[in-house]
Design a protein around this ligand. Sequence first.
Ligand SMILES: Nc1ncnc2c1ncn2[C@@H]1O[C@H](COP(=O)(O)OP(=O)(O)OP(=O)(O)O)[C@@H](O)[C@H]1O
Ligand SMILES: [Mg+2]
Length: 168
Amino acid sequence: MSIKIESLRLKNFKAFKDITIRDIPRMCVVVGANGAGKSTLFDVFGFLRDSLTDNVQVALSKRGGFKEVRTRDADGGIEIELKSWYFGDLAAVETGLEIDGLTVLQTKAKYRNPDNIPHPSKELKKVTENRYQKVSGSRVIGKHLALDNKRSRSFRNFINGVRGIIAF
Ligand SMILES: Nc1ncnc2c1ncn2[C@@H]1O[C@H](COP(=O)(O)OP(=O)(O)OP(=O)(O)O)[C@@H](O)[C@H]1O
Ligand SMILES: [Mg+2]
């Protein structure tokens, strides 16, 4: 399963009370002192994998249960927000941001395979003439995404994964 991650936001996941990591490159090296949270960062993906292959309950219990996984002094839920695919559905971008004429760009060779665009959020800023903002932009676009869109393999994997979680 391949999902290209553009940014990651964690709330109440172990040592990470509220963090956002943006512009994650295809290959990255994480450096930090002991206990800084390097293993925790990678375990986010382990947690998601366990949630997808088994279910959230299993993922939590493998890590000592909800109380161990949630940040110790927190009282909200655990939130994991991943951002990826921006170019797989320019019709959603057009509707969400109320910008005309984006959908037609989808046929350009460059945008036909959205998983191959190296810096999708920068590219999106360009085509929307800076009207796209990372978090707020993604939220307004998200509502309009066609869930059966086959253009992006990583989007398909993601939707199937989320469907797996919801099924439990
Ligand atoms: N539920 C939790 N709430 C708050 N902090 C937590 C929670 N669970 C673990 N931690 C803290 O997270 C830190 C562990 O981070 P992690 O093991 O990811 O560090 P690391 O960078 O991989 O360190 P090392 O270099 O030793 O491998 C510890 O300081 C631990 O106390
Ligand atoms: Mg470690």
